[in-house]
Design a protein around this ligand. Structure first.
Ligand code: DAH
Length: 359
């Protein structure tokens, strides 16, 4: 009957240990509240609830208590454990939340302050010019056609009534490609070969414009760049006359340049039109009185035009007895240069944002 729990002295000793429980709890709750990080809290947890914690010691000592005292002390130890565990869980949730918030704050990208004012891009002046001209012609019922930049000698020259060795070829400063028979493939020198392609694939009546890039073996200067843009026009119908051509040119000149600019046609020669003319506009700089830009003449030459040559119609499969038509072609980089009084054409292709962004 001499059980350890019955020994009043031992119970007394152990009891004094269990009196410390309130202190252990209070100190534990303090430690938990003071843990500033999840890592610190983990260390606190080991200290308060781990194997060598005061609570574990007290738990171990329970066996030496008298049954009555053991039950009570056991409940107290257990309550302390539960309370500390709850406080730990609560503090952990708080710390995890705080650490997450700190991390989010440190990783946040502040997009409200951009180091520069973002600018909107826009179409290049030459593209704007093409779009505007297309609008003018589409408004008159024309369709827009395109052709390849790499062309055959036949489309670029022969079908346009410029046979091999024709002197007109030398005016075109052609860039040939090392492809196929020598000098049979080239990068187009004008947009006129697209006329050929349109006539070969469409039955008249034809009302079409053909804008595009063209290439010449030219040294760049204020009025020439080796890569530039032309707009070709082609009308094939019954009873088309030179007056229709002149009227069309005057209409689009006024639509693009405004009512103060006027056009005129001067006799010229192109192998693919007969009769042929040069298309000029009154000088946009001086208004026609004569200045440096127009070399004192009051007029600026922009392109060529004429009545489509019967040989061209025939080569493209159209009967010249039934159909007639006119064609024209001009560089629209030059048109933009004139409208905006740009003294040097090369700036159009320098890609200098200070220039490009002005339009
Ligand atoms: N293709 C000519 C050139 O590049 C311009 C031209 C002249 C086009 C007369 C035409 C035309 O359609 O009829 O110089």
């Amino acid at each position: 009957m001499n059980q350890p729990g019955d020994d009043p002295q031992r119970a007394e000793e152990a009891g004094s240990g269990y009196d410390r429980l309130a202190d252990v709890r209070r100190a534990g709750l303090d430690q938990i509240a003071q843990a500033a990080t999840v890592d610190e809290l983990r260390a606190v947890e080991a200290e308060l609830l781990g194997r060598s914690s005061s609570l574990a010691e007290l738990q171990k000592g329970l066996g030496s208590l008298a049954p009555e005292a053991r039950r009570e002390a056991g409940r107290a130890v257990n309550e302390a454990r539960v309370e500390l565990a709850a406080a730990l869980a609560e503090q952990r949730a708080r710390l995890v939340e705080a650490e997450r918030a700190t991390q989010l704050r440190s990783e946040r990208l502040d997009l409200t302050e951009v180091p520069y004012e973002p600018r909107r891009g826009h179409l290049h002046l030459v593209t704007q010019t093409r779009d505007e001209l297309e609008d003018v012609f589409v408004g008159m019922g024309y369709t827009v056609a395109e052709g390849p930049e790499v062309e055959t000698d036949w489309h670029n020259f022969q079908a346009l009534n410029i046979p091999v060795a024709h002197p007109a070829r030398s005016t075109q400063d052609t860039l040939f490609l090392a492809y196929g028979e020598p000098e049979s493939v080239l990068i187009r020198t004008h947009t006129s070969p697209v006329q050929v392609r349109v006539m070969q694939t469409q039955a008249p009546p034809i009302y079409s414009i053909m804008p595009g890039r063209v290439y010449r073996k030219d040294t760049p200067d204020a009025r020439h760049v080796p890569t530039f843009h032309q707009l070709e026009g082609l009308v094939i119908d019954r009873g088309i006359s030179f007056a229709d051509l002149a009227g069309t040119i005057e209409v689009f000149t006024k639509a693009y340049f405004g009512p103060d600019v006027t056009s005129r046609l001067r006799p010229a020669y192109f192998p693919f039109t007969e009769p042929s003319a040069e298309y000029e506009i009154s000088c946009v700089i001086c208004g026609g009185t004569g200045c440096r830009t127009c070399s004192g003449t009051g007029w600026i030459e922009l392109g060529g035009c004429g009545m489509v040559h019967p040989n061209v119609l025939t080569m493209c499969g159209i009967d010249p007895e039934e159909w007639s038509g006119f064609a024209f072609g001009f560089g629209f980089d030059r048109l933009a240069q004139m409208r905006h009084a740009i003294s040097d054409m090369r700036v159009l292709y320098d890609n200098d944002i200070r220039f490009v962004s002005q339009f």
